[in-house]
Design a protein around this ligand. Structure first.
Ligand code: DQA
Length: 148
């Protein structure tokens, strides 16, 4: 059993399609590739990492609630929920650990409806527009926040 601090990586709707979903925007790497990148970064920082992808808002809310008192940080790419899920906002606000918001693309440079992030106000940091490398940067950012 490991006693290393735990980072929870959450992936929202349609991210299971990465690799074939609009590769001109999201690249050709799969979600598994990104999770591997995140795991390598976590391991190098002395952290454990758990990952969950769901297309369902309530599943993500349940998972965030389950992170309370258990996880040292949450890294979340909420997909389109970024722009309207106040349920995810509220669940993240109830956490007692830092949250890092993560996007492959930079939503603020895209369609206007993507410019609002309801996650941003409850995130300690946002990593966007770095493609797959963002997974490494987000975990390293989480490690810095955990270290204080
Ligand atoms: C995304 C950006 C969102 O606007 C979009 O709905 C996604 C992916 C990103 O990683 O760039 O599904 O979160």
């Amino acid at each position: 059993m490991s006693s290393r601090p735990l980072v929870l990586l959450l992936s929202g709707p349609n991210l299971n399609l990465l690799g074939t979903r609009q590769p001109e925007i999201y690249g050709t790497e799969t979600l598994d590739d990104h999770v591997t990148t995140a795991r390598v970064a976590a391991d190098a920082a002395g952290l454990d990492l758990e990952h969950l992808q769901s297309n369902h808002e309530g599943v993500l809310v349940d998972e965030i609630q389950g992170a309370r008192g258990r996880c040292a940080a949450v890294v979340i790419n909420p997909g389109a929920f970024t722009h309207y899920s106040w349920a995810i906002h509220d669940a993240l606000a109830a956490l007692d650990c830092p949250v890092v918001e993560l996007h492959l693309s930079d939503p603020k440079q895209r369609e206007e409806w993507r410019h609002l992030s309801v996650v941003e106000p409850v995130a300690a940091a946002t990593v966007a527009g770095l493609g797959g490398d963002g997974y490494r940067v987000a975990v390293e950012t989480a490690a810095g926040l955990i270290a204080g």
